[in-house]
Design a protein around this ligand. Structure first.
Ligand code: ZN
Length: 498
């Protein structure tokens, strides 16, 4: 998630406040859909997971899936929301062919959760949330011969997704740059992963977002006219669409032109936004309470029981700052929950049995994870479940103490880290432990200096690199009998006395 700094934005930010609010949709990975018994499953065969309820056939009635409520409470509590004891569902009326009932069951004036916040550690600010509610997803239209219903020759409809539970998160307009928007969406995605409510695969549409953007002159109190960008489905797309839209609005304002309140789409080909329609207001949807569902009454006890009690990604992030890890190192760990668990288990073990809680080489652990372990995992040479935490902890301790021969370490890595390897025997049998024999080192160093007069001469003439050559020559023979540092010191000492 590397993002290039945009110079023009800095110029714009001198004159205007950039005001961004996000609406994020996350599909829940419950077993069933929200109001019927159809499987909530991504399947290739169209119109396979459907029934009279999610097809809106006459006489069918919705029944709330309690698992969706469980997932919702877990997620909303991780976002510090005020989960409501009393809420209800409403009908949002509009026509679109992928919505068979001609209305969507959503929540309007009494959503299941209000307020809440997400802390952005990099931007060092809180993004406050306005509300979170539960609603059903629509089906999927596949337009053929054009990009939308009006232009297409044919439109195919797949109702497998109709009725899938969806959470909508609405932020307050408190995000002030495209970088902050990306950081927010990234951490929100991680929160969904860590609370295990969704697979949050953006490419499959289980996480998507709309962005509202406006520019406000620094000395104005009221917000400018906002424009909404729809259906954002990647971090890159979010960043680029925001940058483009901010610059577009800035140019209009500079020319004294009016900004129209509208909904715009993002065209990947031209990397520009285009007008879709003038923005609809909530009264256009003729919301009214869903007559086929009772209001939701959830007791405080149930909410407490279902609340998320483990560490959130933000909790981990903040604790890793105490490990002196950089933003990139932290994101590397957080990006995979399994790797993050492994890191914590390894660090706990290392702290317990080797350093009397004085361990401070966390970077060494991340470095080992990032280079050595990530290679094995990415190449599918080993599964994360087959890794031995104890063995990894042992290697970390040896690395920190510089007591392991790193020259051939790569060749032995799989055997060393996998479960079932008796690591002490293995290290011993393969000569991987460094046991210093200073007399032997001195002998070998004398010989190397004798045999390489040119390198000695180079060093004396100020060519620092010659020392690395001499160390290399010596290490070839010394192998596991000394740390490279020790060898270097002995060579320097000898050369100084020549
Ligand atoms: Zn169904």
């Amino acid at each position: 998630m590397k993002i290039k700094e945009d110079n023009k934005l800095h110029e714009i930010q001198k004159e205007y406040d950039i005001i961004i609010g996000l609406e994020v949709h996350i599909e829940l990975s419950t077993e069933k859909k929200l109001f019927c018994n159809c499987k909530n499953e991504f399947t290739l065969e169209p119109n396979k997971n459907v029934c009279p309820v999610c097809l809106g056939l006459p006489g069918s009635l919705p029944v709330i899936n309690f698992q969706a409520i469980e997932y919702f409470i877990r997620f909303a509590s991780a976002l510090n929301c005020e989960i409501q004891n009393h809420s209800k569902f409403d009908r949002k009326n509009y026509f679109y062919p992928d919505m068979p009932k001609n209305y969507q069951i959503s929540q309007y004036d009494l959503p299941l959760a209000l307020k809440g916040y997400l802390f952005l550690p990099k931007a060092n600010k809180y993004v406050y949330l306005r509300r979170i509610h539960l609603e059903e997803d629509t089906g999927k239209s596949i337009h053929i011969g054009g990009d939308n219903l009006r232009e297409a020759h044919w439109t195919l409809l797949n109702y497998n997704r109709a009725g899938v539970p969806l959470i909508e998160i609405v932020t307050e307009p408190v995000i002030n740059s495209p970088e902050e928007a990306v950081e927010f969406l990234y951490l929100l995605r991680l929160t969904a992963l860590y609370t295990k409510i969704s697979d949050v695969k953006m490419e499959e549409g289980s996480l998507r977002c709309d962005a509202n953007i406006s520019l406000k002159p620094k000395d104005f109190q009221t917000l400018g006219t906002k424009v909404e960008i729809k259906n954002i489905n990647s971090f890159r797309f979010l960043y680029r669409a925001l940058v483009y839209e901010i610059e577009r609005q800035y140019n209009l304002l500079k020319q004294g032109k009016e900004i129209i309140q509208e909904t715009r789409g993002w065209d990947e080909k031209t990397q520009t936004t285009y007008s879709m329609r003038s923005k609809e207001e909530s009264h256009d949807y003729r919301y009214f309470p869903e007559p086929d569902l009772l209001p939701l009454n959830i007791s405080k006890d149930i909410i407490n029981n279902l609340s998320f009690k483990n560490q959130t990604p933000i909790d981990f992030y903040i604790s890793y700052l105490k490990h002196n890890l950089t933003h990139e190192e932290i994101l590397f760990l957080l990006d995979s929950q399994e790797l993050n668990d492994l890191y914590n288990q390894v660090v706990n073990l290392v702290q317990n049995y080797a350093f009397n809680n004085n361990f401070n080489s966390y970077k060494e652990v991340v470095k080992f994870f990032k280079t050595d372990l990530a290679y094995l995992l990415n190449e599918n040479l080993i599964n994360i479940a087959d890794l031995s935490i104890k063995n990894i902890a042992k290697i970390i301790i040896l690395l920190v103490n510089k007591e392991i021969n790193t020259v051939n370490l790569k060749d032995h890595l799989i055997n060393l880290v996998k479960k079932g390897t008796d690591i002490d025997n293995y290290l011993e049998n393969n000569n991987l432990i460094i046991r210093e024999d200073i007399n032997l080192v001195k002998e070998i160093v004398d010989k190397v200096i004798r045999d390489n007069p040119q390198a000695v001469k180079d060093y004396k003439e100020g060519k620092e690199k010659a020392i690395s050559f001499l160390i290399g020559q010596a290490m070839k023979e010394i192998k596991s009998k000394a740390k490279p540092e020790t060898v270097k010191n002995i060579i320097l000492n000898k050369l100084a006395n020549l």
